[in-house]
Ligand binder design. Structure first.
Ligand code: ZN
Length: 92
């Protein structure tokens, strides 16, 4: 934002508005913004869409290998079973 085009009177008015701003409200706004960003980051670390869901029992696993291990040991799934048959919602 440039103040170059403002007259002295407009600058003074703008500065006055800044001074009149409730700094607590501004800080609260920043705080709320930070919380929103933090929850987004935490959500990204544990994003349910990134996890694979077992089509048989609904357990979720962070990797295809872990889901395959689970399917093999818990559901006696063959090792060459296609992922879309093991994982729910997979359309490969
Ligand atoms: Zn399962």
């Amino acid at each position: 934002m440039s103040l170059d085009n403002l007259s002295d009177e407009e600058k003074a008015q703008f500065e006055q508005e800044l001074e009149d701003s409730d700094s607590t409200a501004i800080l609260l706004g920043i705080h709320a913004e930070l919380q929103a960003i933090r929850s987004l980051l935490e959500g990204a670390q544990d994003n349910p869409t990134e996890r694979l869901t077992c089509a048989t029992c609904g357990e979720t696993y962070p990797s295809e290998k872990q889901l395959r291990d689970h399917a093999r040991t818990s559901h006696k799934a063959p090792t060459d079973m296609p992922l879309e048959d093991i994982a729910e919602g997979q359309s490969l």
